[in-house]
Design a binder for this molecule. Structure first.
Ligand SMILES: Cc1cc2nc3c(=O)[nH]c(=O)nc-3n(C[C@H](O)[C@H](O)[C@H](O)COP(=O)(O)OP(=O)(O)OC[C@H]3O[C@@H](n4cnc5c(N)ncnc54)[C@H](O)[C@@H]3O)c2cc1C
Length: 397
């Protein structure tokens, strides 16, 4: 497929949720008069993290900026219709507003929940701490043995349709004049300290003033095309959908056991997963589901925590990849220190979907205005990678 032109102000490599959010916010900015091309190698998005995600959003982070990023994410989802409608048409986002439930199993864990709670409340998040007796009253399906504290979201958290979010950004961006082509970037042209072009598998060379690397788990590979490097690698995560003979009575949010195993409702089923104990970098083409993980870790932990889960049957399962930042599980956002027109948006690990509205807006602000205008996202900059200085976030799933 031919790009409509051979030169663009901004070329975005990867057109899933982050690339499309960036294109959307660029196109919306009245101060931006340039041209944007999104190059996406697979318009089915079948292997993107965006499509394979558990698609949930929470305000329960330990770092204030992460709380604010997700609060903007919730606002964006709540106003999805007015934000992305094209000729009155809008994909169904299916937001199920339902708080996360973080559980602590010892005094240390309870201390972390209390400290995080203070931060979250100071940011205006609607969250509650619940002692074991209160947990038992509110969540009758929960076995509170061994629990010391719980923290739940009262408003603004939940889950939604990740493909609708992506398609909403993409359709609106295209309606506002952004070009998309289905092709793969295979080379990046660099002249000294500047990126000058990209070359695609289809044989086109397209000049650009700014390149945004939104290529997910391929982010390190694309950076290396420009002679740059980032500590980001694909890490496999398996998700299991189960049928439970006895549906849980009462409210059920995305529940995280002290073991790290989590679940949430998915229609009349339940979606389950965990962070693997053995978590190496994997081949980006390896989508094999880790069934042992369900038998050995997920099911035993959840059958203990939720007695009704003694009788469950797996009805579906898939694996996807985090674009995992080995420095600190957080995104690297913004320009390379030397090659300043190469912008990273890589390493989101497990929370890029909910962060896409704020991160797309932030990248657009950097490109158009040369700095952040709304949320100050500078703590995610590439400088911290160069300095080896991790961005600290306690609440990582
Ligand atoms: C199992 C799982 C559960 C998750 N759960 C959550 C959750 O509950 N909440 C949350 O907020 N986040 C969650 N995440 C993380 C979230 O899904 C990701 O952080 C987010 O989708 C990343 O979006 P992206 O656009 O950066 O990357 P991707 O969605 O991976 O998209 C990258 C795109 O770049 C394209 N591409 C790659 N290389 C090239 C190239 N050379 N040329 C052209 N195109 C290229 C790919 O085809 C792909 O479409 C989860 C992730 C997984 C895997």
């Amino acid at each position: 497929m031919q790009a409509p032109r051979t030169s663009y102000d901004v070329v975005i490599v990867g057109g899933a949720v982050i690339g499309s959010a960036t294109a959307y916010f660029l196109a919306l900015d009245p101060d931006f008069t340039g041209s944007v091309l999104v190059i996406e190698k697979d318009w089915s998005y079948a292997r993107s993290a965006t499509a394979l995600s558990s698609s949930s959003i929470r305000h329960q982070f330990s770092n204030p900026i992460n709380v604010k990023i997700s609060q903007f994410g919730t606002d964006f989802i709540r106003r999805f219709r007015e934000n992305v409608a094209v000729d009155g048409d809008v994909p169904e986002i299916g937001f199920h507003e339902n708080g996360y439930l973080f559980l602590a199993g010892d005094e240390r864990g309870a201390g972390v929940l209390r400290a995080n709670h203070e931060t979250q409340v100071a940011c205006g998040a609607e969250v509650s701490l619940l002692a074991p007796e209160a947990l038992a009253r509110r969540f009758p399906w929960l076995n509170t043995d061994g629990l010391t504290l719980g923290s739940t979201g009262e408003r603004g958290e939940g889950w939604f349709d990740s493909s609708a979010l992506l398609q909403g950004f993409r359709r609106k961006a295209r309606a506002l004049g952004v070009d998309y082509i289905e092709d793969e970037v295979v080379a990046v042209g660099r002249a000294g300290d500047r990126i000058v072009s990209v070359t695609t598998k289809g044989g086109q060379t397209i000049a650009c003033d700014v390149l945004v690397n939104a290529s997910g788990t391929n982010g390190r590979h694309v950076a290396r095309m420009a002679g740059l490097d980032i500590p980001v690698e694909p890490r496999r995560r398996s998700l299991f959908v189960v049928d439970c003979r006895t549906p849980l009575e009462g409210p059920v949010g995305l529940t995280i056991d002290p073991s790290g195993v989590f679940f949430r409702p998915e229609g009349r089923f339940y979606l389950m997963g965990t962070a693997p104990r053995h978590d190496p970098a994997v081949d980006p083409d390896d989508f094999a589901v880790m069934h042992d993980e369900f038998e050995e870790e997920i099911w035993p932990a959840l059958a203990h925590r939720v007695p009704a889960f003694e009788a469950i049957k797996v009805v579906n399962a898939w694996a996807g990849h985090y674009d995992y930042c080995t420095l600190d599980h957080n995104v690297i956002l913004g320009p390379h220190g030397v090659v300043k027109n190469f912008l990273f948006a890589n390493g989101f690990s497990g929370h890029g979907l909910q962060q896409s509205p704020a991160m797309g807006r932030g990248l657009a602000e950097l490109i158009v205005h040369g700095g952040f205008r709304t949320l100050d996202l500078s703590s995610f900059g590439h400088e911290r990678v160069v300095a080896g200085r991790p961005f600290l976030e306690q609440a990582v799933i």
